[in-house]
Write a protein that binds this ligand. Structure first.
Ligand code: HXC
Length: 510
């Protein structure tokens, strides 16, 4: 027996070496951790249970019969994050560049199947060169199997992808179908076709970083939801994210112990909104003062910053926050902001995470660039997402809620459950000056007259009380008591039950 155990240990040790010390050293020289080291950081100490450590490919082409590595380029298994179960696969770049073979794919699909059956999140750590070139169509088939499972698991269990090295070809499409993608700055990049192919096809000369680095995908393309400085920071932040998420669409949202009074009054919020309606203020100040212990996990911080999305907690329970940001483009809704927020709202709705919406929006962004870019359909995505959502929805209008954007931002008319407004709220079809100029076009040449008309319109509509008279606003609240009022509303709505009519699925304007 002793010999057999010694043999097992030997085999394990060999498998743990991946592609060998030389390649492990090369990985470290690039500032990257190995697949197993990443898992160690991600999971609670000693909680990782590995599967298929000895699995090997069956390819015999291109000399592959002599090129075997136990584990075949991916480390898979499960473990816990702060005591809660997650399934993990971590691509091992030291083994054939982490490329995906038929058997490598089988290891991943085994994890995906188990996670879906047992209703727990899947986290994929990517560092790979795409399809195993020596395997051809067998590798493509493997990707297809992974993709199909991504789709079936979507909306049932959270799926998170972390890009920690190259990620090319088939390796980008599986992350693209997961809920969140995070990247590591300067060491990770994602693209469908790499710089060499780009040069051949379009004659463009670009570096990997310029084509698909973190600065591209978190700022320009919105493919990634966030980026971190190194592997360790990224993995620690994924642990923090998982703490906010339920295990599945049938699990309760997590509730953690917090030491922040839900009745906490924030007097400073009474002076957050400047007297001049055209002066910006930082909506993040409200968010940070509103959530438990100021702990806010922002999603897509660097993309479409005119809208803020992210997770916080109230009474220890996760909430999804959507807020217009007056500091960027006056908080206007454009195509990018609408798409960003719509995706976030739908994620929250999938996983029963209540939505808190802070509104200060001057409308949709006018202009040919927006209209040619499909603002109508993109704006409709956000409208659709809010309108179909059945989770508790609490809305607070802090200042402007103009035009169609008023309707879109979780208004009463699209099933906002509790809609509050600060006394500084202005709920109107448009800003007073614009309205006066349209209504009194014949007086346009007389600046005094227009100013008078603007004042008239302002006095009538630049307040929350007309909407409150109609019941579109449930209550006008003091800014300082926002946390208390919203946390009470969320507590009230814990038993909310609302269902949409049966359908195969909806047809959101993609
Ligand atoms: C087999 C691969 C591989 C692959 C890399 N390797 N990619 N082996 N199949 N796809 C191996 C290399 O031979 C090398 O082996 C080791 O991994 C490290 O690779 P290097 O090139 O030395 O590393 P580096 O310079 O860091 O470059 C990494 C890389 C590059 C950018 C990922 O290797 C690369 O461009 N690979 C090919 C990417 C690609 O075109 N993949 C196919 C995409 S098509 P040794 O033995 O030296 O350690 C695809 C279709 C699916 O994925 C579509 C589904 C929708």
């Amino acid at each position: 027996m002793k010999d057999v155990i010694a043999e097992l240990e030997l085999r394990r040790e060999n498998a743990r070496l991946g592609g060998g010390q030389r390649r492990v050293d090369a990985q470290h020289e690039k500032g990257k951790l190995t697949a197993r080291e990443r898992i160690e950081v991600l999971l609670d100490e000693g909680s990782f249970e590995e599967f298929d450590m000895f699995k090997q490919h069956r390819c015999t082409d291109f000399g592959m019969e002599k090129n075997h590595f136990p584990g075949d380029g991916v480390v898979t298994g499960w473990g816990t994050i702060n005591g809660r179960i997650v399934y993990v696969f971590s691509k091992d770049f030291t083994v054939l560049g982490g490329s995906l073979s038929e058997t490598h794919a089988q290891k991943i699909t085994k994890i995906q199947d188990m996670a879906l059956r047992n209703r727990a999140p899947v986290i994929g750590l990517f560092d790979a060169g795409g399809a195993r070139i020596q395997e051809g169509v067998a590798a493509l088939a493997g990707y297809g199997e992974v993709f199909q499972r991504n789709v079936l698991a979507s909306g049932v269990i959270p799926q998170i992808s972390v890009i920690m090295g190259p990620c090319a070809g088939g390796d980008v499409y599986s992350p693209a179908m997961t809920d969140f993608i995070f990247m590591v700055r300067d060491s990770s990049y994602m693209f469908v076709t790499g710089p060499d192919v780009v040069k051949t096809v379009t004659n463009e000369t670009v570096t990997s970083e310029e084509l698909g680095g973190a600065s591209v995908h978190t700022v320009k393309s919105s493919v990634a939801d966030g980026a971190f400085d190194n592997d360790v920071e990224a993995l620690c932040q994924i642990r923090r994210l998982v703490d906010f998420l339920p295990a599945s669409n049938t699990s309760d949202i997590p509730e953690i112990e917090v030491y922040d009074d839900p009745d906490r009054i924030e007097v400073s919020l009474d002076s957050l909104v400047p007297a001049n309606p055209n002066k910006p203020y930082d909506m993040k100040e409200l968010i940070e003062k509103f959530v438990d212990e100021g702990d806010f996990y922002e999603i897509q911080e660097r993309y479409a910053a005119n809208i803020i999305t992210g997770f916080g907690r109230v009474e220890g329970r996760t909430v999804g926050i959507v807020a217009n940001q007056p500091m960027v483009l006056a908080g206007v809704l454009d195509s990018d902001a609408s798409r960003k927020a719509a995706r976030f709202v739908r994620f929250c709705d999938c996983f029963s995470i209540p939505l808190v919406t802070f509104v200060d929006v001057p409308g949709f962004l006018p202009g040919t660039a927006q209209e040619y870019g499909g603002l109508i359909k993109h704006g409709a995505k956000l409208l659709f997402a809010y309108a179909e959502a059945t989770v508790p929805k609490v809305t607070v209008i802090t200042r402007k809620a103009y035009g169609g954007a008023y309707d879109v931002m979780s208004s009463k008319h699209i099933r906002g459950d509790i809609n509050y407004a600060w006394p500084t709220a202005e709920i109107a079809v448009m800003g007073a000056k614009g309205a006066a100029e349209i209504l009194y076009r014949s007086e346009l040449s007389d600046a005094d007259k227009i100013a008078e008309r603007t004042k008239e319109y302002e006095d009538r509509f630049a307040n929350p009380f007309i909407a409150a008279e109609r019941g579109y606003i449930d209550e006008v609240i003091k800014p300082q008591s926002t946390r208390r009022r919203v946390s009470r509303a969320l507590a009230l709505l814990r038993t909310k039950k609302q269902e949409n009519p049966w359908k195969k699925h909806d047809n959101i304007p993609l």
